[in-house]
Design a protein around this ligand. Structure first.
Ligand code: GRG
Length: 306
């Protein structure tokens, strides 16, 4: 079976909202199928509670879209796309724990530890992280083994101390400090947020058979949208409501975190995010018209309202 989202191959213009909704439904169904409830039910239910609990599904969509852009199929990338969402979800579960950001609302619902308790929430995160790698290894079809090995290695690096974990450690370290340089803030966010977004784009490319030069361009695109995504996240934390965000608003101020708007002000932060998105789009020039979905997603990063 060859699954395709086809839109980037069609000559006519397209509507990003329709494309995102189509991919979200595809990812939702695949995630639901990927993680059935078996014995011991309690842990699977806790994992599914957060995994199937909403979210924009931006990370798996980036992976699927990039795979198709370089000539691969949705079918080839779907297990990795699901794994990326499992990893992202586990990072949210752990981020919300009392020992970390201590939050009670995520994706419009009570956080995992509020429903299942801290012990189960920690284990649900661990379970999702381990299962993500198992899922890639056991479910991927029609992808050369060496490409898959590279995907697994890149993903491991993006998640560990060289990526999310390292960024989170620095984020916690600098909480409450006012004298934080822009370089430190960049370090935190290129690791905590950027590394996984980069892995989504680049792994989709690798699965789809991207050339080394294409991987280089995709990396530039991803690094730029990754940082822009976080700048916008910081702005939304200040300007959007709890209802729209589906999570506590004003959290950064409350936790005395240094953010881009605090360093630069809101207007300058918007300008910087726009510059990054412009650079991201430039990195896709050599793909021509076929990159229109990734271009539209870059624009969406700065225009999104949650
Ligand atoms: C990965 C082993 C391991 C541990 C986790 C807690 C932690 C270490 C890292 C924190 C990572 C984190 C929560 C970064 C924030 C990234 C971010 C901006 C999330 C919001 O993403 P959206 O807006 O959320 O795409 P939805 O809900 O739409 O998916």
């Amino acid at each position: 079976m060859v699954l395709t989202n086809n839109i980037q191959l069609s000559p006519a213009g397209f509507d990003l909202a329709t494309y995102l909704a189509h991919c979200q439904a595809q990812v939702e169904a695949a995630l639901d199928q990927a993680l059935p409830v078996v014995y011991p039910e309690k842990i699977y239910e806790a994992m599914r509670y957060s995994l199937l609990g909403g979210g924009k599904r931006l990370r798996p969509i980036l992976c699927l879209t990039t795979c198709e852009l370089v000539g691969g199929t949705v079918e080839m990338a779907l297990p990795t796309a699901c794994a990326l969402e499992m990893i992202h979800t586990m990072s949210l579960i752990h981020d919300d724990l009392p020992a970390m950001d201590n939050d009670d609302l995520r994706r419009g619902k009570m956080t995992n530890h509020k429903v299942y308790g801290e012990d189960i929430a920690i284990l649900a995160g661990d379970g999702l992280l381990a299962y993500a790698f198992e899922h890639i290894a056991t479910q991927t079809r029609n992808c050369p083994p060496e490409a898959l090995l590279e995907v697994v290695a890149r993903l491991g690096r993006a998640v560990g101390a060289a990526g999310l974990v390292g960024g989170q450690v620095m984020d916690l370290d600098f909480e409450g400090q006012t004298n934080v340089s822009v370089e430190t803030l960049h370090f935190i966010h290129t690791h905590k947020t950027g590394a996984l977004l980069e892995a989504c784009v680049v792994c989709g490319g690798i699965i789809g058979g991207a050339t080394p030069l294409q991987v280089q361009y995709l990396t530039q695109y991803a690094q730029n949208i990754g940082l822009a995504f976080q700048i916008v996240d910081d702005i939304l934390d200040l300007t959007a409501t709890r209802e729209v965000l589906g999570k506590t608003a004003g959290k950064d101020l409350q936790a005395q975190k240094i953010t881009y708007p605090r360093l630069w002000g809101i207007e300058e932060s918007r300008r910087q995010a726009q510059n990054l998105v412009d650079e991201a789009k430039e990195a896709l020039m050599s793909f021509g018209e076929r990159a229109k979905v990734l271009v539209a997603i870059a624009d969406y990063i700065t225009t999104r309202n949650y």
